[in-house]
Ligand binder design. Structure first.
Ligand code: GUN
Length: 298
């Protein structure tokens, strides 16, 4: 049953607005002699990670931030990687540190995250920042993708108070922090976190006024998973082979867009939805880290 033409939530446009705010704030900080600095560490040669890291570094340049890209071979040991993190922790020109996931299997990602100074943890993955999110303590950092989703939901004027929200996926990067943000005081959603082992996942999802898909399985959310009039936020961004594209692949969301969109009141596209918002929120976090570390508040 088609509801009406869905509203397409344009992540590129909203990200541009957030980045404009960051640029203006960075200009004011520069007048006080402070240039926000982000260090991005890439271990190995995962092709999507290379694209994401390049995009983060490019965006820093566009905002007048300093950036450092540190590329290490896949053979890097945990001790060597933590040594790099220690050096960045001690560098006063670096306000934000991001170690790109996924890391090679021989490295314990949790140990690496714990080595990052929580005040420079612009990913919001350090246990201290995870705890602050759970405690609704605003002095922490919120992970960028869930923060971007929240910003999109707010900008679309979607009412969260009392709404049934289903988050599909329980990752530490998206699903878990997303659930915490949605159940926070002032947001006041009724949150269900579903995952691949949930019983009758389709029926659980059909309860949702707002459905957030973060499974990494392209096209998993089908039309019969969606309540007519729901808002769909698609966090998936998987490369699927496509010989008609010059790159040899296309980016696919977790939502089967063509059949789901006509049912929705609003939906995020892939690409051009949540993806650009992730980078925008990373820049906002880096700016905030620079302010906090320097004590300067433009
Ligand atoms: N890999 C995919 N998303 C992310 C992210 O938000 N942060 C980091 N560090 N790695 C990622």
């Amino acid at each position: 049953m088609a509801v009406s033409t869905p509203r397409i939530l344009d992540g590129r446009k909203l990200a541009a607005t957030v980045l404009d705010e960051c640029r203006a704030a960075a200009d004011r900080l520069a007048q006080q002699g402070l240039v926000p600095g982000l260090a991005v560490v890439l271990v190995g040669d995962d092709p999507p990670s290379q694209v994401y890291v390049a995009s983060k570094v490019r965006t820093c340049g566009e905002l007048g931030f300093r950036s450092q890209k540190i590329v290490l071979p896949a053979s890097t040991s945990q001790r060597e990687l933590i040594g790099v993190v220690d050096r960045l922790n001690a560098d006063p020109a670096v306000h934000g540190i991001l170690v790109q996931s996924p890391l090679p299997v021989a490295i314990d990602a949790g140990e690496v995250v714990r080595a990052i100074d929580p005040r420079k943890d612009v990913d919001g993955f350090h246990p201290e920042n995870v705890a602050k999110l759970a405690l609704e303590d605003p002095s922490g950092f919120v992970p960028c993708t869930p923060a971007g989703c929240m910003r999109m939901i707010a900008a679309a004027g979607v009412v969260t108070a009392g709404a049934e929200v289903v988050v599909i996926g329980r990752s530490r990067i998206v699903g878990k922090p997303m659930a915490l943000l949605l159940m926070a005081r002032g947001v006041d959603a009724t949150v269900t976190v579903a995952h691949s082992r949930s019983r009758d996942l389709a029926a659980v999802c059909r309860r949702a006024d707002i459905l957030i898909a973060a499974t990494g399985r392209p096209g998993m959310v089908r039309a019969d998973w969606v309540k007519p009039g729901a808002v769909a936020i698609d966090v998936g961004i998987t490369r699927v082979a496509d010989a008609t594209k010059p790159s040899g692949y296309r980016l696919c969301g977790d939502v089967a867009y063509d059949e789901v969109a006509p049912l929705c009141s609003a939906i995020t596209p892939v690409p051009g939805g949540v993806g650009p918002m992730t980078i925008a929120m990373l820049m906002a976090n880096t700016l905030e880290a620079a302010r906090r570390l320097s004590g300067k508040h433009p």
